[in-house]
Design a protein around this ligand. Structure first.
Ligand code: ZN
Length: 81
């Protein structure tokens, strides 16, 4: 298992828990510097709300959109992330 940055580390330079997910090595490598499909955004928002990680960041959706606008690619297939 690997820790993966939901919003690419190369975009936010931060290892905060609200942005970390666990993935298998294959998906971790595949995701790399890309964004996970938009469907994954609501999953991580839900998780962050459940575990109260939101107090560290309420705007993961905003990061996601800004990261997309900055030119990061979005994967079209959901991995285990
Ligand atoms: Zn996987």
């Amino acid at each position: 298992m690997k820790f993966n940055h939901f919003i690419p580390w190369s975009y936010i330079y931060e290892d905060a828990i609200w942005n970390l997910v666990i993935s298998c090595p294959t998906c971790n490598l595949k995701k790399s510097d890309n964004l996970a499909p938009k469907a994954c955004l609501s999953k991580i928002e839900k998780r962050n709300k459940e575990y109260n990680f939101n107090e560290y960041n309420k705007d993961i959706a905003e990061y996601y959109e800004k990261c997309q606008s900055a030119g990061f690619l979005t994967l079209d297939v959901e991995g285990c992330i």
